[in-house]
Design a protein around this ligand. Sequence first.
Ligand SMILES: Cc1ncc(COP(=O)(O)O)c(C=O)c1O
Length: 500
Amino acid sequence: MSWKDNIIKQLGKLNPRLLASLEKGMKAIPGVSQKIDDEYAEIMVELESSAKPYKNKFTTFTKIPDTGRPHADILREMESMRVQEESHWKDGFVSGAVYHGDQEHIDFLNQVYAINSQSNPLHADVWPSATKFEAEIVAMTGNMLGGAGQDVCGTLSSGGTESIMLAMKTYRDWAREKKGITKPEMIVPITAHAAFDKASQYFNIKTIHIPVDENFRANVEAARKAITSNTIVIVGSAPSFPHGAIDPIEELSELARQNNIGFHVDACLGGFVLPWAEKLGYPVPPFDFRLPGVTSMSVDTHKYGYAAKGTSVILYRGKELRHFQYYTTTEWPGGLYFSPTFAGSRPGALSAACWAAMTAIGAEGYLSATKKILETAAIIKQGVRDIPKLRVLGEPLFVVAFASESINVYKVLDYMSHKKWSLNGLHKPTCVHICVTLRHTQPGVAERFIADLKEAVEHVKAHPEEKGTMAPVYGLAATLPLRGMVSDLLKKYLDVIFKA
Ligand SMILES: Cc1ncc(COP(=O)(O)O)c(C=O)c1O
């Protein structure tokens, strides 16, 4: 069971009336708060045991050991954890998460990491190799995304979330200096990644959410109506995380261009798939710098770029915009200081591994990987469509979300998790998705998925009386006004994660 499923399961144990009263601000009433804390404490015990499976297996360190441990012991323990965890994702049971995962590729990246493990791009004078790798990653990515011959530039970041947050901060600062906007607003489709909301919270930018159509693509008319004199940027996804839908990027980018506001394409998921899909003849609408209104893009090398985890690229149209991302100070006693992203010191070895992955795979490698993924996704899509009770949402290329009008799809998710599958349960609307990666292109994996899914649907149909583990809770989360309650629980869960 995933951490998310477990939280939702635990949430289901709470008394619904208590939850509802909580939402109405009853927490302040004496006795209520205590009751809630008691209920939380019980939940946390169970969450902790699922989040810490190694607690009784290996020594727990809460202080540095007096004498150092033998390397062999440490390596043996880590090996044992790897063995415990690896087959799940390696055999293709997990949606997204590991996008390549072939042993030869992993070994190669590990070798590259070992060579560069001390490298830190903050010290460009000491590690000019890191500078070379990062500049070239940005150039290659920009080139792949229609930037050739245009003033497209960028930086490396630690992942999709950082790329998105950097871009939003950049627009905030750009709009303040260039347009005097002090109450910035961003127009964001409801299906855009949560990182935009995170940016909104961190940088005090108001989010104006716009709805999506029946195919889960952003509503352009709603975006037009949402524009005000405070709008700094419009966002589109290519494609979105929940349903794999590509927003109407061309129309949205034109809208932004006509109004002299920024337009950000979140291609974290699709940036390394869509260019190759287009070459393979799949119906890919324009989504990159070939559109004049596109002013920035987030593109994850650590997803379908097949780099190790910890890198992403943020691209801008024009160096002027990129300057608003940078941090510089001339006042610090520590000397002149400047850094391109949120971090100071950064892992140069990850940049090296990213550069190595891109240059080792090459255009031919990306093309053939994309072909395999899209063919597998097509088998999965058709397989889902052939199951009478299920319906594929929209017209996705490689993220297949499915829903049902007649059975509880969360019960299907439950059954699938008992068959080892880690799929994503989504809501608004109720559905489940699988993000197809190279792991699913291994012989027999797509067929196993469809066979298990059929079995799951048959089971749910034949046993309507069964409640399922997660299903009632997903239902609860979808119907009760639980936002504050769920947030509280998520924060407590993060506390558990950092508890030794
Ligand atoms: C469309 C999209 N944008 C952004 C992100 C965030 O990426 P990360 O988890 O690397 O921060 C994701 C992650 O799945 C995504 O699918």
